[in-house]
Design a protein around this ligand. Structure first.
Ligand SMILES: Nc1ncnc2c1ncn2[C@@H]1O[C@H](COP(=O)(O)OP(=O)(O)O)[C@@H](O)[C@H]1O
Ligand SMILES: [Mg+2]
Length: 245
């Protein structure tokens, strides 16, 4: 278990800026550039310790998303600490004690309005579709994964943030700022046999599969969604390729 920082912070009374499937995400109370993520069941256990549903959750407590993510942040691609790696993933600063359980501290990415989080890729696709600027950003992100062989689970559009890069604005020829994708969740491997951790050829295959999957997922996101994601993914998994391409 990693050591916690001495400082304790209080989150129980504050509103998370986002609630994911597994975790509550808060701005750090003493540093607005940081984000603190706490497992949802931690809060639930405190609030509803007596409820049978949460007791059931507790019994499968070994499934701790914050712990899994912390470990995934220790993968070689990240700990090698190449400066460029931080262009597409947050820094992970370790643990902080909070009143609703251990909090994992990472960079916070603000949207245009500095008080709200950046838009997810899922939202972006809903609003704008796959714009040429987004295609460029996706190309850069793909190049990044291939270069560093960063190991991730499936790249869900709600786990990728779309940032507007300021440097594009300095160029008067370029009216729109460029976009940059940042992955905020889903680090590590979900496979039982983590060969990709040890064998570069497997890591390369793993990354290609994730990129392919993301391509397909994006195509589905911008389709009319007449087919449910479950059905679409089944077809994809059976190897019938990208039915939306
Ligand atoms: N570092 C961050 N900066 C800005 N927004 C974030 C950050 N991390 C997460 N979010 C937002 O919070 C949501 C939930 O966070 P996530 O880490 O995906 O939680 P979960 O593990 O529960 O899925 C994300 O979909 C994203 O919209
Ligand atoms: Mg998530």
């Amino acid at each position: 278990m990693p050591s916690h920082r001495a400082e304790k912070i209080f989150l129980a009374a504050s509103q998370p800026f986002a609630v994911g499937d597994h975790r509550l995400c808060f701005r750090h109370p003493s540093n607005e550039l940081l984000c603190v993520k706490v497992n949802r069941q931690g809060k639930a256990q405190r609030l509803k310790a007596a409820a049978p549903f949460y007791k059931r959750l507790r019994s499968v407590d070994s499934f701790d998303d914050n712990q899994i993510e912390y470990r995934a942040f220790q993968q070689p691609a990240i700990v090698r600490n190449t400066p460029d790696i931080w262009r597409h993933i947050p820094r992970c600063y370790g643990w902080v004690d909070t009143d609703i359980g251990p909090g994992l501290v990472t960079d916070f990415y603000a949207g245009n309005n500095r008080d709200t989080p950046a838009m997810t890729l899922e939202r972006y696709l809903q609003e704008f579709g796959k714009t040429p600027l987004l295609s460029l950003a996706l190309g850069e992100f793909a190049g990044f994964l291939r270069r560093y062989l960063l190991l991730t689970k499936n790249l869900m559009p709600h786990n990728l943030l779309v940032l507007q890069d300021a440097h594009g604005q300095e160029n008067s020829q370029q009216k729109e700022p460029s976009l940059r994708l940042v992955l905020v969740d889903g680090f590590g491997l979900s496979t039982i046999l983590p060969m990709a951790k040890y064998v570069p050829a497997f890591a390369r295959r793993h990354v290609e599969k994730r990129l392919n999957w993301l391509d397909f997922r994006i195509a589905w996101e911008i389709s009319d969604k007449a087919r449910s994601w479950r059905d679409a993914e089944k077809i994809y998994t059976k190897g019938r390729g990208n039915i939306y391409a």
